[in-house]
Design a protein around this ligand. Structure first.
Ligand SMILES: *Cc1c(COP(=O)(O)O)cnc(C)c1O
Length: 358
């Protein structure tokens, strides 16, 4: 039988493991930080009608510049942004990949602050860049001095700041972004995938005058649109121009563009459950403390908690009860997404029943 070792794979990809969050059909999926609430009927109907309108024209390539979607994203974000400061792709993973293709690449370095989003090292190695796992402060916080010191030490070509950070939930102040930008000569990406759940001000306010800054967002989390695959970013129009050098032509399908525009027309309805989800997140944190676990401060729609005697055991005992959470590979820790009220109750009740014995 052929194995990967028999194929002429790139040397730098040998021995690497792909992204692999388990995908299991369970009653209570709380493992990949999706929005547990489905699409409201009024939005579903508008999306379906919009798709029906474009589908008869899919014999033609879509608008390569997705102009009308960029206008819609600019007005959704506000902050005085114009359409030429917006860019989108199939999930923010693709957006980040394009930034790394343009500004990372072979022989270059990408710095992030661990533990952080597991895709950053994979995206870096995919473009031939070296990932540098920087350190955080106590309790996975990240202060301006800690971040600045490491940017000065490593002089990376790209820095990725994830805020609120996955998997820790901790967010950072704009002072950290400013300090990193000042210290860096390269590109600074702020990944705000969970920004809608945070009370902190967005790094979008820092864009004027900072042409090396990219602020990325996604429709996959708060916006309840993970299945459609739409991520986007805001940056200087010249920085965005660089992404045209690496994107595939017509990378956003006509169907994706139409669905995203329809959803954005209903952004208030789509975001209606953000406060309810944040309330479930806070409920999880308080209850975890009562149960003897050590949750970290979270500004996102999930909670990372330590003090787990046997993470693999707890994970599988929850799975036996039809509840899927995430083992992010941190010893003694697990991560759980805040779901609907019944989902959250199911998780907390099961966790209390299971107990915390090794
Ligand atoms: C989920 C997530 C993303 C994005 O996902 P897409 O579905 O590709 O938009 C990006 N960054 C972080 C930190 C995430 O957790």
């Amino acid at each position: 039988m052929t194995t990967l070792a028999d194929l002429p794979l790139r040397d730098d990809l040998r021995g690497r493991t792909p992204y692999g969050a388990p995908q299991a059909a369970v009653g209570v999926p709380l493992n990949v930080n999706e929005n547990s609430f489905g699409i409201p009927d009024v939005v579903r109907d508008d999306i379906a009608a919009s798709l029906a309108r474009v589908v008869s024209g899919v014999n033609r390539y879509p608008d390569r510049e997705f102009t009308s979607l960029r206008h819609a994203l600019a007005s959704y974000l506000g902050h005085g942004l114009r359409a030429d400061q917006l860019w989108a792709a199939n999930g923010s993973n693709e957006v980040l990949q394009q930034v790394l293709q343009a500004f990372g690449g072979p022989g270059r370095t990408v710095l992030g602050f661990s533990p952080t989003y597991s895709m950053y090292p994979l995206l870096s190695s995919g473009v031939g860049s070296t990932w540098i796992a920087g350190e955080r402060d106590e309790a996975f916080e990240l202060g301006a001095e800690t971040a600045r010191r490491q940017v000065e030490q490593y002089q990376p070509d790209v820095v990725i700041l994830c805020t609120p950070n996955n998997p820790t939930g901790t967010d950072i102040g704009l002072d950290v972004v400013e300090a990193v930008y000042e210290a860096a000569n390269g590109i600074v990406i702020v990944d705000e995938a969970y920004q809608e759940f945070s009370d902190r001000e967005s790094a979008l306010t820092l864009l004027p005058g900072r042409e090396r800054l990219f602020v990325s967002r996604t429709m996959s989390k708060a916006f309840a649109f993970a299945g459609v695959r739409v991520g986007y970013l805001a940056a200087d129009p010249v920085a965005i121009d660089a992404l045209r050098l690496v994107r595939l032509p017509y990378h956003l399908s006509a169907l994706t563009q139409a669905a995203a525009e329809a959803a954005l027309r209903h952004s208030e309805v789509m975001l209606a459950n953000v406060a309810a989800i944040a309330a479930q997140r806070d409920r999880i944190s308080s209850r975890l403390v009562e149960l003897g676990y050590a949750p970290y401060r979270s500004a996102a729609n999930f909670v990372l908690f330590g003090g787990v005697a046997d993470p693999a055991g707890t994970f599988s005992r929850l799975l036996e009860r039809d509840i899927l959470i995430r083992d992010v590979g941190l010893p003694g820790h697990l991560r759980v997404t805040a779901g609907t009220e019944p989902e959250t109750t199911a998780f907390l009740t099961a966790l209390a029943e299971i107990g915390n014995d090794a």
